[in-house]
Ligand binder design. Sequence first.
Ligand SMILES: [Zn+2]
Length: 133
Amino acid sequence: MSINPHLGQPVCDVCGGEPAGDATFRSVLSLLIAWQVSTRMGNFCRDCGVAVHREMTKFTMVAGWWGFAVLGALVVILMNASAAARLERMPSPTERPGRPLVPGPPISRSPALIVPLLFLTLILVFCCGIPDF
Ligand SMILES: [Zn+2]
């Protein structure tokens, strides 16, 4: 965790920008009965926090549905969204000594969104059958 020595305020662990807030983001890899949770915690400025949120949530959206940890994947996606929402309320840093992370496209426009939608469709077809049109 980085602190500005002059002001005592937290600075971004990635780029050194201010303001920054502490946040924890997780990703889930689930395969049959095994799963792995990865955690990244620290102080993030708005831009770096959004980038970490998108990266870890997109990974979970692709890799979190293939085992018993599917509910864990849902919880992680909601927890990541909550942490990112807190960081998004902060202003973007005006000055930063380092290079910020590139946020990339929003999750709503990411190809990773196809995987959970396909997964949900398969569950509905399995449970309800193929609808007659
Ligand atoms: Zn940053």
